[in-house]
Write a new protein. Structure first.
Length: 374
């Protein structure tokens, strides 16, 4: 039988497994490699922190979904690939042979972009590790009133985490957002940035447009030379390419991620597929956002079937504009579409409905792979 290895349990691979659960891939043995048997759905994590969801509501049982798809599960992390030998290297020291490989492992948060971060900071990714530590931060805030929490990163993750933590910790902690020299939400339209700043101001969250360059016990040093009191630094910067990619032998894009074509295949090794944050569409660059991974999922599933059957591949064409929905932790949310933006309870209800539908779809006995989300 042909060997198909799905490395990573990201949004696209969830949909691939759901498609295989509905219709088995004939003549192919499928193996899912994932460090954790459960995936946190990133769109709902700020809601979990704010107390609007339970942990269970924001998780997808990858192992159960893989069983329904007839796939074998290997609980391990990817540390390398030898594409010419068609071997995937695992953290445990083993290797997996493949005829086709699909990578949906996501990017990484570098531990070394900020001096001292590795020793002193909490990192938002991987999500399972961060969510394991979140209750400890809550407990620390309860024991130490006035705790100085500093979220580092001015993107969507940094904004949502800052307001969620402020909501959860209430008067127990002071929250500061170090947005970086680019400022808050630099890739979003001006209207949304103004609305987001108003939300942060109304919560008493200080926004600093400067880069964090060093973390020390009890303080954070900024690029401008000033120092900021900091008891709990939380790093929510953008993702970097996994370190193992640099020596993988796969052709990489200028940003260090896997260069892929419209059929989601590696430019250099067509038997390797890559989606989500680990990849870069060199013909159609787009932001690293879950919406693109979600929409690539059905195309990836179709192309893995095409690979197994020797049929032509489908093309994934990313949309020019993507809807962004950001939780404000108080029963409202922000929305942006192109230059348009809005905030309200109706936006939260919209986001809540989309997020719940995504997670619930993959808990059903027959997951709904055709969902069109954000």
């Amino acid at each position: 039988m042909k060997q198909l290895v799905l490395a990573g349990g990201g949004h696209a691979h969830v949909q691939v497994l759901a498609a295989f659960a509905q219709q088995v891939l004939p003549g192919v043995e499928v193996t899912l490699v994932t460090p954790q048997p459960v995936q946190w759905y990133s769109g709902m994590v700020p809601g979990v922190i704010a107390g609007r969801y339970s942990a269970h509501e924001a998780q997808i049982d990858l192992a159960a979904l893989a069983r329904r798809a007839g796939a074998r599960v290997v609980l391990d992390a990817v540390v390398g690939v030898r594409p010419d030998a068609r071997q995937l290297r695992l953290a445990s020291g083993g290797e997996l042979a493949y005829d086709a490989l699909s990578l949906d492992t996501g990017g990484e948060l570098s531990r070394d972009l900020i001096d001292g971060a590795r020793e002193h900071a909490l990192f938002v990714r991987p999500l399972h590790a961060f969510m394991h530590l979140w209750p400890r931060l809550q407990s620390l805030a309860a024991r130490q009133p006035g705790l100085q929490v500093v979220v580092i990163g001015g993107g969507a993750a940094g904004f949502e985490l800052a307001v969620a933590m402020r909501h959860a910790l209430v008067a127990q902690a002071r929250v500061t957002l170090v947005a970086g020299n680019a400022g808050l939400l630099p890739r979003f339209p001006r209207g949304l940035r103004h609305r987001a700043l108003a939300v942060l101001k109304s919560r008493g969250i200080t926004v600093i447009a400067d880069d964090a360059v060093e973390i020390e016990p009890g303080q954070l040093r900024l690029s401008g030379g000033s120092r900021l009191p900091c008891d709990a630094p939380v790093v929510a910067l953008g993702v970097q390419p996994p370190a193992w990619l640099a020596h993988s032998g796969l052709r990489l894009a200028a940003d260090g991620f896997i260069a892929t074509t419209a059929s989601l295949q590696s430019v250099s090794h067509p038997e390797v597929f890559a989606v989500g944050d680990v990849s870069c569409r060199i013909d159609a660059p787009h932001p690293r956002s879950g919406v693109y991974a979600v929409r690539a999922g059905p195309v990836l599933a179709a192309n893995l079937r095409a690979w197994a059957a020797g049929r032509p591949y489908a093309m994934y064409r990313p949309q020019r504009r993507a809807l962004a929905l950001l939780s404000c932790a108080d029963g409202t949310a922000l929305a942006s579409w192109g230059p348009l933006s809005a905030r309200g309870a109706w936006v939260w209800r919209w986001k809540d409905r989309i997020d719940r539908a995504f997670v619930q779809a993959y808990r059903d006995s027959e997951p709904l792979v055709s969902l069109s989300l954000r």
